[in-house]
Design a binder for this molecule. Sequence first.
Ligand SMILES: CCCCCCCC(=O)SCCNC(=O)CCNC(=O)[C@H](O)C(C)(C)COP(=O)(O)OP(=O)(O)OC[C@H]1O[C@@H](n2cnc3c(N)ncnc32)[C@H](O)[C@@H]1OP(=O)(O)O
Length: 226
Amino acid sequence: MTEVEAAGGRTIGRLEDRRWIGEERAAQLAELAARVRELTEAVVLTEVDSAEIAAVAEQVAALTARLNAARDQYPPMAAEGTNGMVRQLASPVTGRINPIAPPVTVTVCEGGVVRGEFTLNTVYEGPPGFVHGGVTALVLDQMLGLAAASGGVPGLTATLDMCYRRPTPYGVPLTVEARVTRTEGRKTFAEAHVLAPGGKVTVEATAMFVRPLFQLPQGTGASERN
Ligand SMILES: CCCCCCCC(=O)SCCNC(=O)CCNC(=O)[C@H](O)C(C)(C)COP(=O)(O)OP(=O)(O)OC[C@H]1O[C@@H](n2cnc3c(N)ncnc32)[C@H](O)[C@@H]1OP(=O)(O)O
C-alpha cells in the first residue's frame, strides 16, 4: 500500500508499518490490560493510607519502566482476523489490549445491526451514580462507525448527534445497537442506542460518516473483531 496522506498532508498510517501480533500475544496483552483496568478502579476507590499510596506509586512506576524497556512507536493497530480483515486491538472502545477501553465486545448481526456488549465501572462516572455522557458518546461513535463500515461506506465521523433520554447506570451489562439508515455517495447515515438492563433506552445517537478523498488504510472498519 502506498503511504496514506490525510487532507493536511499528514501521514495517517501504513498498515505495513504496524506490528501485527498473533492471537497468543494479543490474549496475553488482553490479560495485562484487564489487570490494569482493575488497578485503575482500585486507584479511584482506594482508602489505604498515604504511605501505602506512595509505595504503590513507586511500584507502578517500576512496572511501567519494565514495559517501556522495549516499546514501539505505534499501537499494534491490526492483527489478521479469520475473515482476512483487520482487528484494531488497541481501539479505545473495543480494543481488549487497551486498558482505556471498557472494552465493548462487538457482533455483526443479521439485518445489518452491529451489537456491542459492555459494562462500565466507576472510573467512567459522570453525574454521581451514572456514566459520563462523553463516554457513551465515545462508544456510540465507534459503534455507528462500525455499522457504517459494515453496512454502508466506511468513513470518518462528520456529525454526531446525541440524545440523552435517561441516565446510564454503571456496574451493569449494557448493550449498544447500531445500524445504517441510508447512504448517499460518500456519505453514510447511521443510528444507534444504548440499552440498560431491562431494555430501556438511555441514549440515542445519529451520525453521518463521510468517506474521505484520501485513502483510509485498507481493511479498517467493519472487519473489526475483538
Ligand atoms: C471503522 C471503525 C469505527 C471508527 C469510528 C470512529 C470514528 C471516528 O472517530 S472518526 C474521527 C473523528 N472525525 C474526524 O476526524 C473527521 C474530520 N473531518 C474530516 O476529515 C472531513 O471533514 C471529512 C472527511 C469528514 C469530510 O471532508 P471532505 O471529504 O473534504 O468533505 P466535503 O467534500 O467537504 O463534503 C462531502 C459531503 O459531506 C458533507 N459534509 C462534510 N462534512 C460535513 C459536516 N460536518 N456536516 C454536514 N455535512 C458535511 C458536505 O456538505 C458534502 O455534501 P454534498 O456532497 O452533498 O455536497
